[in-house]
Design a protein around this ligand. Structure first.
Ligand SMILES: *Cc1c(COP(=O)(O)O)cnc(C)c1O
Length: 417
């Protein structure tokens, strides 16, 4: 079903051409948006080219699936209506008693799907620090089906060793699943490092313009594809053709965008590290990052996400985030425009304050999704927002001490997008 990529084509070329041949009938260069739910059959139960009904297959989706498979150096791709829908289908393969070893600083919605949905079905989860392979080793058991990790992780951008985790999983007959949303296949190709399945929220860098929600699973094993395609069709969480078209448009410029995301994020990380208001900067491209050497080995660039800890706690972080002019205060990431958010009061607010701190999420933590605007404008914005965050810090810090706890309780599930 999927056309294997021509081996000589490089990433930038595949991004533009893989899965997208000019229309054989009329020569249209761009893949049409096939707004059709059903397809004419030549005789009863004789669909043309395998197209029968658009929940099962749609040509615009096929183009995107082949494109993503090529970019991740996979043999197949399956697309979904969201990243979580992709994850849901991945978990549909599991049965009561099955076990998953997962990272302990996963995307909140991933954690919620594991804990609040699949645990009810009798699937068991052990959460470990996947940057430490001995913790993965200790958690794997006979019924472990997946080792599931995100690298870089969110929001502390910790790096896990994919090749090592793949060996560990395979020794015990488990599959390694890597959520490659933060890195994108341009910066990191988990399948090449031994992973079995790559998961994406296409909503982020692959779409790249904050205008579409989507997800994907990519792999190489044909039996696994058949099984996942069965659940994809049976459960029906598939994307519409317009969404597929938008993501296809996004992947064409992925390499260009990621180069600029990398450059801009590095400049901002360096600037933050030199600033006296900043306690710590989390960016895999900085030599001060604990897994910098691994990131250099495993990735072809360090990405557009930068987190940092402001002196002055939650109130300083919140003031910073309310003072930026170019960085828009919003959840999500990976678009061309820069965004800022404060994990303690936004995306990670549903984690109790003590547990949050224990996991290394300081109260003054700020997360930036650095966009592709001019770097000088971004730096100027960060600089003025730091000044604002600092100015009333000492006066206000005492007054608002009790506030952050209350705020995080009120936010409740909101943080677990
Ligand atoms: C956003 C995100 C998801 C979930 O994807 P949706 O498209 O929002 O369903 C999963 N993993 C990571 C790392 C994400 O950033």
């Amino acid at each position: 079903m999927t056309t294997p990529p021509r081996p000589r084509d490089r990433f930038e070329t595949l991004a533009i051409h893989a899965g997208q041949e000019p229309d054989p009938q009329n020569g249209a260069v761009m893949t049409p948006v096939y707004f059709t739910s059903t397809y004419k059959q030549d005789a009863p139960a004789k669909p043309r080219q395998g197209y029968e009904y658009s929940r099962t297959t749609n040509p615009t989706r096929t183009a995107l699936q082949e494109n993503l498979a090529a970019l991740e150096a996979g043999a197949w791709g399956l697309c979904f209506s969201s990243g979580l829908s992709a994850l849901n289908t991945l978990c549909d393969r599991l049965v009561p008693g099955d076990h998953v070893v997962a990272g302990n600083d996963l995307y909140g919605g991933t954690y919620r799907l594991f804990k609040r949905i699949f645990e009810r079905y009798g699937v068991r989860f052990t959460f470990v620090d996947t940057t430490k392979s001995e913790e993965i080793g200790r958690a794997i058991e006979a019924k472990t089906r997946y080792v599931y990790l995100e690298t870089p992780s969110n929001p502390l951008l910790r790096i896990s060793d994919i090749a090592k985790a793949a060996k560990q999983a395979h020794t015990h007959g488990a599959l390694l699943v890597v959520d490659n949303t933060f890195a994108t296949p341009y910066l990191q190709q988990p399948l090449e490092l031994g992973a079995d399945i790559v998961l994406h929220s296409l909503t982020k860098y692959l779409g790249g313009h904050s205008d579409v929600v989507g997800g994907a699973l990519i792999g190489r094993d044909e039996k696994l594809r058949e099984e996942l395609a069965f659940f994809q069709n049976a459960a029906g969480g598939t994307p519409g053709p317009m969404d597929c078209f938008l993501v296809l448009r996004g992947t064409k410029t992925l390499a260009l965008r990621m180069d600029r995301h990398n450059e801009n994020a590095m400049a901002i990380a360096r600037f933050l590290e030199s600033h006296s208001a900043v306690e710590r900067v989390f960016y895999p491209g900085l030599p001060s990052h604990p897994q910098h050497a691994l990131a250099k080995r495993q990735m072809n660039g360090f990405g557009g996400m930068v987190s940092f800890e402001l002196r002055g706690g939650v109130s300083a972080g919140d003031r910073f985030a309310s003072s930026t002019r170019l960085f828009t205060l919003a959840e999500s990431l990976g678009g061309v425009e820069s965004l800022v958010e404060t994990p303690p009061s936004m995306t990670h607010a549903s984690i109790p304050a003590e547990a949050r701190r224990a996991a290394g999420l300081a109260d003054g933590l700020v997360r930036l999704s650095v966009g592709v605007e001019h770097v000088a404008d971004l730096l100027a914005d960060v600089e003025q927002a730091l000044a604002q965050a600092l100015a009333p810090a000492t006066a206000k810090a005492a007054k608002s001490k009790a506030k952050p706890e209350a705020a995080s309780k009120l936010s409740g599930e909101r943080g677990r997008k």
